[in-house]
Design a protein around this ligand. Structure first.
Ligand code: MN
Length: 379
């Protein structure tokens, strides 16, 4: 049987206030295609299904769409767990009913370990846990739990005790294993070291399907992070090839299958003039870009020009504007001499942004002033 290991979908994630739903729908399509092509027997989705504990309506719809396609149309079971970004209770809503449709969800840790038998594999579901959580689920073991390693050992022991003979024993987990390499979008993973677990706690399992770290990587011969299906940040993560991992339960061999991207992600660093020339490959120009102007301040006019050239631009930065030009700053007397508010606005823009406002902005400003004046008159 072929298992498809993926994690950290982070449905509902936005970047610079832009929804990434279109990209997420695209990787869901790619994964569905792969399930059909490789005759996948089950999908293991190792936590951080959603980006936020209170998932947006759009994110919930997207998850519903993906699960309907995989479980019902492709008739492939999905096994998933709550990650640190998910709300265990919300994620596991209607889970008993959903398991009848082939969607197995582990929200909060339960005393009786959650396991699903499929073909030659017995697959355990271990959601995101803390020491406190494990102590509360196994109060009789409270004394032995002094570290996160202890907590994992207790939860995994309960699974090891239930190992079915002659099966492959697989566990899905969401954890930060000591020595794994992080990426920029691993927000919570980078904070402190408290939440690290050693690989040794997983001894006895044939494969550990991990989520939490966004860069695909092997921890050792039987523990692996699938990584996110798309890059979620600039920096290191731009250069990572995103993928899913296929595991053949017959011989435990693994195949890493790269996933295509709807938008590439790149940081372009150049002079403002160079950025405005935009002579880079179309694919990059139309992808998500972060623009860094090395030589000058990027004013509003230049920003809007850049957005015309790079339609999916997410971030623009340049040298900060040093308003040291004395001619821009005005005295109170000079201010009083100006009758037209738009003229004051022009001075303000010159001072704050280093350039005069274009016609559109001036028109917006005039409309705002008019609205305020009318409001005052009405009172
Ligand atoms: Mn994550």
């Amino acid at each position: 049987m072929i298992l498809l290991h993926t994690s950290d979908w982070h449905l509902g994630r936005t970047d610079s206030e832009r929804s990434l739903a279109e990209d997420q729908r695209f990787f869901i399509d790619s994964i569905c295609e792969l399930i059909r092509e490789k005759n996948v027997g089950a999908v293991l989705l190792a936590g951080d299904v959603y980006d936020r504990s209170v998932a947006s309506a759009e994110a919930i719809r997207l998850f519903d769409h993906a699960m309907k396609r995989i479980c019902l149309e492709l008739k492939t079971p999905v096994l998933t767990i709550a990650g640190n970004h998910d709300s265990p209770e919300r994620l596991a809503g209607c889970s008993e009913l959903l398991s009848l449709a082939g969607l197995h969800i582990a929200g909060a840790l339960t005393r009786e370990p959650q396991a699903v038998q499929l073909g030659d594999a017995q697959i355990f579901l271990l959601p995101w846990i803390t020491e406190e959580k494990v102590r509360s689920v196994y109060p009789e073991k409270k004394e032995e739990i002094e570290s996160l390693d202890d907590a994992y050992r207790v939860a995994l022991d309960a699974m090891r005790e239930r190992f079915a003979p002659d099966k492959r024993h697989i566990v899905i987990s969401h954890a930060f294993i000591t020595d794994s390499e992080t990426s920029t979008s691993d927000r919570s993973a980078e904070i402190g070291f408290a939440a690290q677990v050693s690989a040794a706690v997983f001894e006895g399992f044939d494969y550990v399907a991990l989520g939490h770290i966004h860069k695909p990587q092997d921890v050792n011969g039987f523990i692996r992070y699938s990584g996110t299906p798309m890059p979620y940040a600039f920096g290191k993560e731009e250069k990572q090839e995103k993928s899913v991992t296929l595991i053949d339960t017959a011989d435990l061999s693994r195949t890493v299958v790269p996933l295509p991207l709807l938008h590439t992600r790149a940081t372009l660093t150049d002079t403002l003039e160079g950025l405005l020339r935009g002579d880079c490959p179309e694919q990059i120009k139309n992808g998500y870009v972060r623009l860094v102007a090395t030589d000058s301040f990027v004013g509003l006019q230049a920003q809007s020009e850049l957005r015309g050239i790079y339609p999916c631009c997410l971030e623009i930065s340049g040298k900060s504007y040093d308003g040291e030009n004395g001619s821009v700053t005005m005295t109170a007397e000079e201010f009083d001499g100006i009758k037209d508010p738009a003229e004051i606005f022009r001075h303000f823009c010159m001072e704050e942004l280093g350039e005069a406002p274009d016609e559109h902005r001036t028109a917006l400003f005039r409309a705002a002033v008019k609205a305020v004046e009318e409001e005052e008159e009405a009172q």
